[in-house]
Design a protein around this ligand. Structure first.
Ligand SMILES: Nc1nc2c(ncn2[C@@H]2O[C@H](COP(=O)(O)OP(=O)(O)OP(=O)(O)O)[C@@H](O)[C@H]2O)c(=O)[nH]1
Ligand SMILES: [Mg+2]
Length: 340
């Protein structure tokens, strides 16, 4: 079963932001390096990456384990090129897919000059409110902190995220608890959603990154291919619109990506995209398609809008759903999806 997503002109056509490094990058105090964004699933790593880049590069959802790949976003400033690596959330992995996700995340730590440990402040503040005299850090914090400090090539900085949802009065005691458990780690309270504190976080990274010329041209904002980003934007809607085990049983492959000739005004031609959505069982296929195709149509309409904005072009998107039993246990499939 497939659906054709009706084409409509995108509401706003905007290119991905192309930030420019105004300096030549040869100054003695220009800094550049890799910053890995790591931590538990759902902590806000991808939201932070997007906020810093001012673009919707990494997909986000309120469900854990949304990110499956290492995603590079390049933040260019006058005196800094911070190459951000978004990673899958660290968790106790049992399935082959989940073990691969954790491997992707830990591998990124070894190549980064700085590891930014993104932590959800909300449960910590709640715990402190309930029991002010007890450390709010759980065993999971200790385990993740241990993984990060043991595997990171560079120093670890904590981005204590989602402070927009926290009572400010409780942040200092939470920061204190972190400093007690991890004395060498700087903690910066931020909100990846509103941007509060994010500039300060980048300032902390800047001081820790090496003095070096930029590694990427100043107009490059990611390493990811358009095909990868398109598949991700479809997967994002699967994560946002389907429930329970269904999002975890889905994978998206772009089977065709054809661009028409440029328009008379020089703008990009219409892009024709065919995507295959893989699920593991027939029942999941029914859920993704929905009654009379309503769910698949909704997924397609929302994804097409975002793809249009990303590509800065009119897009025709066709989605097909097929079953591939136990694809998430197949090393070949994980390799095909770039999760290895
Ligand atoms: N209120 C609030 N919500 C946030 C903030 N940052 C992220 N979120 C929300 O938290 C949820 C998870 O965000 P993601 O960015 O997908 O989290 P992640 O760490 O990348 O998750 P995984 O990819 O699953 O590891 C989403 O619903 C975000 O909108 C924040 O600063 N404030
Ligand atoms: Mg993510």
């Amino acid at each position: 079963m497939s659906t054709d997503v009706p084409e409509a002109p995108p509401e706003s056509l905007s290119s991905p932001p192309v930030a420019t490094a105004e300096g030549e990058g040869t100054d003695a105090d220009f800094r550049s390096g890799f910053v890995a964004l790591a931590g538990r699933p759902n902590a806000g790593k991808s939201t932070l990456l997007n906020h810093i880049l001012g673009a919707h590069l990494a997909i986000t959802s309120d469900k854990p384990q949304t990110t499956r790949n290492r995603i590079v976003g390049i933040h260019n400033l006058e005196d800094l090129q911070a190459v951000l690596i978004d990673t899958p959330g660290l968790h106790k992995a049992r399935s082959r897919l989940n073990r691969a996700l954790v491997d992707v995340a830990t591998a990124a730590l070894t190549e980064a000059d700085v590891t930014c440990w993104v932590v959800d402040a909300v449960p910590l503040v709640r715990s402190m409110q309930k029991e002010p005299n007890r450390s709010p850090l759980t065993r999971a914090h200790t385990v993740v902190g241990g993984i990060l400090t043991d595997n990171s090539r560079g120093p670890v900085v904590v981005a204590l995220n989602k402070v927009d949802r926290c009572h400010r009065g409780w942040l200092l005691p939470v920061i204190g608890a972190f400093s007690q458990a991890f004395p060498d780690i700087t903690v910066v309270p931020v909100s990846a959603k509103t941007g509060v504190g994010v500039e300060g976080l980048v300032d902390v990274w800047r001081k820790l990154l090496p003095v070096a010329p930029p590694m990427y041209p100043p107009d490059q904002w990611t390493e990811a291919s358009e095909r990868f980003l398109v598949a991700e934007l479809v997967r994002e809607q699967l994560f946002r619109l389907t429930k329970q085990e269904v999002p975890y049983a889905t994978a998206v492959e772009v089977e065709q990506f054809e661009e028409g000739p440029r328009q008379a005004d020089g703008s990009r031609g219409r892009v024709q995209i065919y995507c295959r959505i893989w699920v593991e069982r027939g029942g999941q296929k029914g859920i993704v398609i929905g009654k009379g195709g309503t769910m698949l149509r909704e997924i397609g309409q929302r994804a097409r809008q975002n793809i249009s904005e990303l590509l800065d072009a009119r897009v025709h998107l066709e989605l097909h759903v097929s079953v591939k039993e136990r694809w998430s246990e197949s090393p070949h499939m994980l390799h095909e999806l770039g999760i290895s």
